[in-house]
Design a protein around this ligand. Structure first.
Ligand code: COA
Ligand code: MG
Length: 298
């Protein structure tokens, strides 16, 4: 199944109807209505109602409509209420936070499957995204990555992870680099999207946001969480190949095909050696472009 583009995913508190309305009107790949840490404990009920009504009433345009539930645990039934009280309004998927093992994803998936069957909905349409943001989550990353066919993305959460391991956040993010890198590797090994942690600075100058988003792109990430409407454009732009990149990729692929026809696997193109890995990288540029809605013929 070709994955849709998830370049920017904008969070908003589930009890903030005004922000949800604003978010729905934006040109953003995904909207995440939060029922977890962005909502006070006293507001959880209200937030579920607000999310449900928003899903029923608002036109979200092309945006994917996601809901973040509370963590899956035996000690709390919040996550079950989050699911059962919003699912009838047909979100496109759920985001599960603080995922530590495969079973947590599977329990959500089983719950959804029961509801889909009961309602006669198409099996498996509701997708899952798992935020990995605890030390234990990174220990069990492989199990999480292969936990369930509904899973489309692994999401990196740096703030919670730093808290969990006793790290102090720094502008360069070296303290979480191993985890940030590990998440991409495991996501790609299991054909999942890799979505980067949000940038929580809210200054008018977006150069730091640009730097960290560029890092994520260069590491192989396919998207990034956002917390403010101003972050959407810089993030979506960064994860969209430029016209020059697309053109260069096409030229390289065409040159490769010609060389293959002539019986040669490796060749020199514009002063550089080219073999299959570079061709695959060029193909992935075209894949990202198509996912972003850009026509790439041939
Ligand atoms: N989604 C949709 N709209 C948002 C938004 C968001 N995440 N963040 C801000 N807006 C809207 C505001 O409502 C405001 O519109 P208005 O003036 O017409 O009401 C406008 O954008 C400008 O907002 P601004 O004043 O710059 O921000 P703020 O001080 O009101 O809010 C935050 C700052 C951080 C509280 C807010 O951006 C937010 O709620 N972010 C998401 C937080 C979240 O969900 N966290 C959990 C996951 S990490
Ligand atoms: Mg968190």
């Amino acid at each position: 199944m070709p994955n849709r583009a998830r370049r920017a995913l904008l969070f908003m508190p589930g009890d903030a109807r005004r922000k949800i309305e604003k978010g729905a009107a934006l040109d953003v790949d995904c909207i995440i209505m939060d029922l977890e840490d962005g909502v006070a404990f006293s507001q959880k009920e209200e937030a579920r109602r607000t999310v449900r009504t928003a899903l029923e009433e608002l036109d979200f345009g092309r945006s994917e409509r996601l809901v973040r539930i509370n963590p899956v645990s035996d000690d709390s039934s919040m996550w079950i209420h989050d699911l059962t009280e919003t699912i009838e309004a047909r979100p496109d998927g759920y985001v599960i936070p603080k995922v530590q093992n495969a079973e947590q994803v599977q329990r959500v998936a089983e719950h959804i499957t029961r509801i889909e069957r009961k309602n006669g909905w198409h099996d498996g349409d509701i997708r899952l995204l798992a935020i990995v943001e605890t030390a234990m989550g990174f220990v069990y990353l492989r199990d999480i990555a292969e936990s369930d066919p509904r899973l489309v993305a692994l999401v990196f959460g740096a703030e919670d992870l730093a808290g969990d391991i006793g790290a102090k956040r720094t502008p360069d993010s070296w303290e979480v680099f191993y985890a940030r890198s590990k998440l991409v590797l495991f996501a790609k090994a299991y054909h999942l999207q890799a979505i980067d942690t949000p940038f929580v600075g809210l200054t008018a100058d977006d150069s730091q946001l640009t730097t960290t988003t560029e890092q994520a792109l260069y590491m192989g990430y396919t998207g990034k969480l956002a917390i403010h409407p101003n972050q959407i454009e810089p993030i979506q732009r960064m994860f969209t190949p430029t016209a020059e990149e697309i053109q260069a990729a096409k030229v390289l692929i065409a040159a490769h095909e010609k060389q293959q026809d002539d019986g040669s696997g490796v060749f020199v193109h514009e002063g550089r050696m080219v073999d299959l890995p570079m061709v695959k990288a060029a193909q992935s540029v075209l894949t990202r472009a198509s996912a972003a809605g850009i026509k790439v013929d041939g």
